[in-house]
Design a protein around this ligand. Structure first.
Ligand SMILES: NC(=O)c1ccc[n+]([C@@H]2O[C@H](COP(=O)([O-])OP(=O)(O)OC[C@H]3O[C@@H](n4cnc5c(N)ncnc54)[C@H](O)[C@@H]3O)[C@@H](O)[C@H]2O)c1
Length: 280
């Protein structure tokens, strides 16, 4: 039986894109469930085509402070998920330090805006390299260690509502996030024999620096019909202040559930974390 208040006690979770936003919330929530944490982030600009501010080394230090104040250990490192060798070294060092790896939250991602026939090659390549290929590289680095540890485990792939529907204005992002569904479901079939579950989550409109309302308004001003694809959510979160966006903590609750024993029978699923928006 697992400990009901700390179901991940004695386990180790790797979270990518953990310097801020959803990734930080996942690291802190999983630590609250008892897990020690391996937290990485690029902590640097990813490309000139990503126009919102980049996460910093100080952001990742703050994640470490929050995990430690939850009473857990953490290994942090500035690593880009596009660098397989660096991800493999990180996993080797994390396993050397903590002894095992049980949970992977592949969360790192980037967003930019343009119509498909107008975007630059760098816009396309950056989004697909980070969101899709970077997630595969994360899996390539982490799964051997999870299998080797022999304890089973849980992989949570952070896709998006844009992984389940069309999102005009960011077709490269939607393509990368749809690709994650294929990655998730294939890995679920391949890793099941090792007791490793694999699911994707599909958040919508979460309150992080990735979402720049002014940029979106400028796009909708130019292409008013695109607005239909980005509706206000039907469900008001009890945790939302006034932003109208989903608090990161609400997403972290779902990640903690998928990481922990309460979802033991769930693998190869797509879990919308959309406050009902996909029903419009
Ligand atoms: N905010 C939303 O509304 C929303 C909705 C659906 C899905 N998502 C997805 O959620 C995930 C987290 O995004 P967020 O909303 O917290 O935004 P965010 O920009 O605050 O966080 C993303 C983090 O990933 C890191 N990162 C980006 N590229 C990286 C790379 N190559 N290597 C390592 N780290 C990298 C960034 O530095 C940043 O800290 C992303 O995959 C995003 O696509 C976000």
């Amino acid at each position: 039986m697992s400990n009901p208040t700390e179901p991940l006690l004695g386990q180790v979770a790797l979270v990518t894109g953990a310097a801020r936003g959803q990734g930080r919330a996942h690291a802190v929530r999983l630590a609250g469930q008892g897990a020690d944490i391996i937290a990485i982030d690029a902590c640097a600009p990813i490309s000139g085509t990503v126009t919102y501010p980049a996460a910093t080394a100080e952001d990742l230090t703050e994640t470490a402070r929050l995990v430690e104040s939850a009473g857990r250990k953490i290994l942090t490192r500035a690593v880009d998920v596009r660098d397989l060798a660096a991800m493999q070294q990180l996993v080797a060092d994390g396993v050397a330090q903590f002894g095992r790896l049980d949970v992977l939250v592949a969360n790192a991602g980037v967003l930019s805006w343009a119509r498909l026939w107008e975007m630059t090659e760098e816009q396309w390549d950056t989004v697909v390299d980070v969101n899709l290929s970077g997630t595969w590289r994360t899996i390539r680095a982490a799964l051997p260690a999870m299998i080797e540890a022999g304890n089973g485990g849980s992989v949570v792939i952070v896709s998006s509502s844009a992984g389940l529907k069309a999102t005009p204005g960011n077709g490269h992002y939607a393509a990368s996030k749809h690709g994650l569904v294929a990655l998730t479901n294939t890995l679920a079939l391949e890793a099941g024999e090792f007791g490793i579950r694999v699911n994707s989550i599909h958040p919508y409109s979460v309150d992080t620096p990735m979402i720049q309302p002014d940029d979106m308004m400028a796009l909708f001003g130019k292409h008013p019909s695109f607005l239909h694809s980005f509706p206000p959510v039907p469900l008001k979160s009890p945790n939302d202040g006034q932003s109208g966006f989903m608090p990161v903590e609400d997403v972290a609750e779902v990640v903690a559930w998928l990481a922990g024993p309460a979802s033991v029978a769930i693998t190869g699923t797509q879990v919308p974390v959309d406050a009902g928006a996909l029903k419009y």
